[in-house]
Design a protein around this ligand. Sequence first.
Ligand SMILES: [Zn+2]
Length: 325
Amino acid sequence: MKILGELKPGTTQRHMIKLPGAALAKDEPRPVISVTGAKPGPVLFVNAGVHGGEYPAIEAVIRLSKALDPEKISGRVILMPCLNLPAFRRRTPFVCPIDNVNPNRVFPGNPSGSYSEQMTHALITEFVIHADAYIDLHGGDIPEALVPFVLCRAGEDGVAKKSKEIAMAFGLPYVLTITKPVQPSKGYSSYAGAAEKGIPAILAEAGGVGQMDSAAVELLVNGVKRVMQHLKMLGPEGQALGTSASTTPKVLTKFEWVYTKHAGMWYPKVAAGDVVKDGEAIGHVGDLFGDLLEKIVSPVNGVVLFLTINPSVAKEGLLMGIGVE
Ligand SMILES: [Zn+2]
């Protein structure tokens, strides 16, 4: 990672980074922290803030930068607390307010594309491809609740297998292996964009609805430490934060997203983490007279991994994501 300059063994260094890309030229610099172990070992890159309103993820990266002791680490951890700074500054959910693009649909980016495409391209070329493993931390965005889960790419190739091992080591309740993008889009999500470049990668989610949820922060901090133990970067003592225990994740292999046809008021009947059955009534959408527009039924047997909490929903708006075994 030439962009960080000289990194000294046994130290934690702070960097203010200007990412390359013409669209990013006027950006404020992004804080990056490098924790370089006294002993050699793998390079792990961790960022949050691809979505600017997912605060426990951003806080988890900040906490890791304070908690990781370079004297006790083998290898190097590079931490970027917030990639999508324009969204963070303006409290914009899902997209970057500069181009209105969801950065997590345009990985691995394009150096001559829109702002978000240039930003994701810079992240991949300056950081991700120089790492041995990549973790992208998320949570439910400002209108979303969720149950903690990890995403990685499905497959039998070496990168997919390593990604799944890292996903399992992270220790959240669910691991979802994905074959192709859930929504039609220009590009991939972060973990899939990295896997395309040959880097084992996961996307871990905890917390949501615009809150600073300390239990979610603990889950994400401890998950990264467990991955570091798995990669032999951190000893078994591990300096766990708080009381969050590792769980053996349940593996899911399909992600079914449920949309409303109509704009209106959304009344969910289920909560994040609920198990639902194919054909079960899971909520309804009404108009501003209080009349029913649409009954929403589950298209599958599965578990509600994320749920839109705000009642206002747009036409063709996303209501929830259901994970299927
Ligand atoms: Zn996100």
